[in-house]
Design a protein around this ligand. Structure first.
Ligand code: DGI
Ligand code: FE
Ligand code: FE
Length: 192
């Protein structure tokens, strides 16, 4: 309990391979920049970014165990295991590292799936995860360009990429991801 930033960095980076820690550093840098540009709290963005993938390399059975034991999300258990590290990450941040800020915990919790009514901080962390400098997937440069002008347009493009990829692989889509995308589009249309 009561970890300072350097201690958090130490304890988080020790739980992942070097490559994933490089990704996390990219997300930290990008999330702070996006926060500054779009008016989110850069300190919270940095903290959420440090912790967002803390559970990414935990054994699947350990992730499942935490979801079940702490009754975090029964629904998540029915969907892709790649979604689990986000919910568990928020739990670990709170339970093991004493993070109490709900905004930070939610940004970690929803960094993979998104959600309806994403906060500014949710959007910043989720988008930073897509476009940090180390990311290299088809279309990433387009998302980077879109993100320069609009947090929402960039994020919708990111979610579209994920959904398209899942469709192309005939994989199940976590409904919240579709709901998050629809909600962002609806709100953009309402504002135009
Ligand atoms: O943890 P990272 O690799 O940095 O990024 P992430 O947390 O967004 O990655 C999670 C992976 O989960 C992503 O490559 C796509 C996969 N995935 C599987 N099913 C779903 C899903 N992602 C979303 N958003 N929704 C799904 O239903
Ligand atoms: Fe992640
Ligand atoms: Fe990530």
């Amino acid at each position: 309990m009561g970890y300072n930033r350097d201690e958090l960095i130490e304890v988080v980076s020790s739980q992942m391979p070097a490559k994933r820690w490089e990704h996390t550093q990219g997300v930290m840098e990008t999330a702070v920049k996006l926060a500054e540009q779009y008016g989110a709290d850069p300190v919270k963005a940095d903290l959420a970014a440090i912790l967002h993938d803390v559970a990414k390399y935990w054994p699947i059975e350990q992730l499942r165990g935490i979801l079940v034991e702490h009754q975090l999300s029964n629904e998540l258990l029915l969907y892709n295991k790649q979604l689990w590290h986000a919910e568990v990450g928020a739990f670990v941040a709170s339970h093991d590292y004493g993070i109490q800020d709900m905004e930070v915990l939610d940004a970690i919790r929803y960094h993979t799936s998104g959600r309806i009514g994403m906060t500014l901080l949710d959007k910043v962390v989720c988008l930073a995860d897509y476009i940090e400098p180390g990311r290299d997937f088809p279309g990433v440069n387009n998302i980077r360009e879109l993100a320069k002008d609009s947090l929402e347009v960039g994020l919708i493009a990111g979610l579209d990429t994920t959904i398209s990829l899942l469709v192309s692989r005939r994989q199940i889509i976590f409904p919240l991801t579709v709901l998050a995308r629809n909600d962002l589009i609806k709100k953009m249309e309402a504002n135009s």
